[in-house]
Design a protein around this ligand. Structure first.
Ligand code: PSV
Ligand code: MN
Length: 416
């Protein structure tokens, strides 16, 4: 009889029925989680809001020191988030001159600097674009910011420079899409040429927002072409929230893996657009399907390195440290579920077009409740079985609320 667990099944000697082998499941999950790390964003701890106003939280981080402290707490409790993504303008307003301050924080907290995110979407100069601005002067300022970001990454020993470009236009005919492609190609090649060994340039795409008519890097095809043109160390970054509804994201992932161009992920979830909700909160099966493509790659090629996993979320209603821990736990659970798929059995069922059995083999893994085993893995690694519970017991949120509440009370919530 067909059973979803495949190589995780054992034959029952009495009635010859196949049953799940708990030991095999445990070791599969432990191995998967040992190699699973996910980067957390510094901006996930700061006050954020909507297009209509900011919701200030008493415990939100207001300085880079506080962001590192929160990141360290998440890493202490989950053991899975050793790096924090930095947004240059928000976290290092003096650019390269802020490197020693970040180095001191790395030393003090044990959390390393992760991807360096150039920021070219706030300054007035960038109203009509940054790397694609019709003004050569603005383009050169933006390119210099890219080069500074590469230099910061080099100085901090961080592997990725992660570009998201907000450039685009709001009305047909107001900009030359063709000329802007050329400017972008040039800037990315210049940036790529400056990369040090071990550094990767990640190119993120997004269909709209803030631009509403055209976005200069609007989808994965544009990002892939730009990355290829820039050079071998440029790769595509997939932000799960940056697709039109109904897009088959795992197919994009499969393609990027196939052509060796997948550099990383920004994980989050959404219901409508780029909602930045908690990963897996709306559609956990989608993240499971994406993880399956990655695990298929690992299974089929022994030297396959995992792309960079990063969280890109900002919670304006949930508590920030709590939401970040919940996200990491969800990511681990979904990754553990995907690791339960028997790749050999699935391939066999697919090749013989046994459709229902193939689907059951796939979704059978999804429906397993792996939470107890993920908890066991944590305990075996010296962590609390439930990092969320451990956070509650630690009193950390109460402590930072007391320390930060006056400062946050003075922060303005209006954009007016
Ligand atoms: C843009 O929506 C984005 O996904 C980019 O990755 C930015 O760096 C990030 O969000 C922060 O707002
Ligand atoms: Mn993103």
């Amino acid at each position: 009889m067909f059973h979803w667990c495949g190589d995780l099944c054992t034959s029952d000697s009495v009635d010859n029925e196949e049953t799940v082998n708990p030991e095999a499941i445990r070791s599969r999950i432990f191995a998967a989680l040992d190699s699973f790390h996910i980067e957390i964003p510094s901006w996930g701890f700061a006050n954020t809001g909507t297009r209509f106003g900011k919701f200030i939280q008493s415990a939100a981080a207001t300085t880079i020191e506080e962001k590192f402290a929160d990141a360290a707490e998440v890493n202490r409790l989950t053991g899975a988030t050793p790096t924090v993504a930095l947004h240059v303008l928000w976290d290092m307003p003096n650019g390269i001159a802020d490197v020693p301050a970040i180095e001191a924080l790395v030393k003090a907290t044990g959390v390393r600097a992760g991807s360096i995110n150039p920021n070219m979407f706030q300054e007035a100069d960038y109203k009509f674009g940054s790397l694609c601005n019709p003004s050569a002067e603005v383009r050169s300022k933006a390119t210099q910011h890219m080069l500074d970001s590469v230099a910061i990454g080099k100085a901090l020993g961080s592997a990725e420079v992660s570009l998201w470009l907000s450039d685009g236009s709001n009305y047909p005919g107001t900009q030359s899409m063709r000329r802007r492609i050329g400017w972008l190609q040039e800037a990315l090649q210049t940036t790529h040429d400056a990369l040090a060994p071990g550094q990767t340039l990640l190119v993120e795409y997004k269909p709209f927002e803030p631009a509403f008519y055209h976005t200069d890097i609007g989808d994965w095809g544009m990002a892939l072409e730009l990355a290829r043109g820039a050079g071998p160390h440029a790769k595509v970054l997939v932000d799960t929230g940056h697709h039109f509804l109904g897009t088959n994201i795992e197919q994009i992932v499969a393609w990027l893996l196939q052509v060796g161009a997948l550099g990383g992920f920004h994980f989050n979830d959404r219901k409508y657009a780029d909602d930045d909700l908690t990963l897996g909160s709306i559609d956990p099966y989608q993240i499971f399907r994406i993880f399956h493509e990655l695990l298929y790659q690992q299974h089929s090629s022994s030297d396959a390195a995992l792309p960079a996993f990063m969280i890109d979320q900002s919670h304006n209603l949930k508590g920030k440290v709590e939401a970040m821990i919940q996200t990491v736990m969800t990511a681990q659970e979904l990754y553990a579920k995907a690791a339960l798929i028997d790749q050999e059995q699935l391939a066999e069922l697919q090749d013989s077009c046994r459709l229902v059995e193939a689907e059951e083999c796939f979704r059978g893994a999804f429906w397993q409740d792996v939470r107890p085993l993920v908890g066991e893995w944590r305990e075996a690694r010296g962590l609390a079985a439930s990092p969320l519970e451990a956070l509650r017991q630690s009193g950390y949120v109460e402590q930072i609320t007391t320390e930060r509440k006056d400062k946050n009370a003075r922060a303005g919530s209006s954009y007016a």
